[in-house]
Design a protein around this ligand. Sequence first.
Ligand code: FAD
Length: 502
Amino acid sequence: MEKSAVVIGGGLGGLFTGAILSKENIKVTVIEKNTTVGGGLQSFTRFGEVFDTGMHVIGGMQKGGNIRRICDYLGIMDRVHLSDVDPNEIDTLYFAEDKTTYRIAQGRENFVNALAGYFPEYKEELTRYVEVLYELVNQINLFYLRPENRGYLITYTEDFMISANNLIDKYISDRKLASVLAYMNPLYGGSKDVTPAYIHALISVLYINGPSRFAGGSHLFANTLRDFIIENGGEVIVGDGVERVYSKEKYITEVHTRKGKVYKADYYICAIHPCTFLQLLDDPTLLPKSYRDRLNEIPNTYSAFTVNLKMKPNTFRYINHTSYYMSRYEDVWGFDRKDAEWPLGFLYMTPPELEQGEYTNKIIITAPMVWDSVRQWEDTSVGRRGSEYEQWKNDCADKLLDRMEEIYPGFRNCIEAINTASPLTIRDYYGVKEGAMCGYRKDCNNMTLSRVPVVTKAKNLFMTGQNCGGHGFCGVPLTAISTSEAILGQNYVLNKINGITE
Ligand SMILES: Cc1cc2nc3c(=O)[nH]c(=O)nc-3n(C[C@H](O)[C@H](O)[C@H](O)COP(=O)(O)OP(=O)(O)OC[C@H]3O[C@@H](n4cnc5c(N)ncnc54)[C@H](O)[C@@H]3O)c2cc1C
């Protein structure tokens, strides 16, 4: 091990990048401020139950899936505990406006057929729309783990660059069906006229191909990556965040932690929100002012309010998929509207246990929420936000439970205990600006503004995580490959993956 890397942040991005680099003989030290690794993969125990915080449904883990192939390359697949969702009903979507439930099916044909069951006269449009989704995703070599040899001459079709809502409107003429097809936009922090079509296509294709869920808690996967790094000669420090980053002549020289430890390496990888990272720089001129200004100005995706419920034994049946609630069809792109009545909609799920029975012990309800809703408490810290905030959280939980009661009369009687988390919780636990669910908001009107390269003007500093490429369980590991290859050489990791798996 001749070279070394310090990774700042032990979330999905830091752990995947650390795992790849350590497999390729780089001595990795991951530094995580929280007492457990994982970031969005973190789970916590409350009322004797394990609750996941930011990774409820994942794509790319089906046989032949891109993230599964990365796990095969790392050799960790036999340690991963997954539960596939019901292929006949990968999601259900309820619109309160007309009390209609739509059931979404897995696989291209089944997806089209299931929706054509509700909208028979639009089957042709649906078929073409799904074809277009796959065509868009096919333009992204990294998604299919294909080596990239196009240099700077990558061109995309016109559909790739339009907004997600425009893409749907272009191919689907029925208003209700167009809203139904946009149902999973909270999974990518979707914004009307802003989120690029390719992001919608990526997430849609991932889920049409088949979503999975972690069984027993997403933290088990974080621990697997942590153990892999340690087994490969690396170190994973927890409970000690990086407080200062020192540099000289365009090179980072060392990082200091809150507990006063000093770490030095050949390479430094920023796996935290870039705005949080900028505040750690001892000498901000390590990075050009224009770049720093840009990082501070890129808008973030909206955040979320979560209700974690412990259910009384044998009262609520386990549901083997994610469920969505929407009030009105016309609001499906409205989650980032500051003036909107809250909640416009939400997701709820019964996360699978390692040995799942007929009934669930817990339910997680997640509703998109804008940062403005908590702005008045933004200067407070965990446990010290005051009684007004606690009352506000109870009111928010009540609104969500009212809607659950609407779908499941008697729902409140099944609840044993309630825990809530707001955008402030997400900001303070993950260190993410404005508690953004998916980091920076990607913008089809200004693609270069919202895409942060993995390389920087500082010679030994690299970026990774959801703010560079895509977010979530698929986007972040793919960016980890790009970050690793910025150090190891172009296509180095991709060639290895292709040599090992098909
Ligand atoms: C409520 C919610 C639900 C979500 N649901 C899903 C889902 O179902 N499926 C999906 O694919 N995606 C989901 N996401 C998105 C997903 O969680 C993120 O895209 C992903 O976790 C981002 O990974 P990351 O490594 O970039 O950042 P993070 O996971 O945020 O990791 C950053 C890490 O850096 C640490 N850190 C911060 N500052 C410092 C410091 N100074 N020193 C050391 N460490 C530091 C943090 O503690 C954190 O562990 C959800 C997000 C939220 C908020």
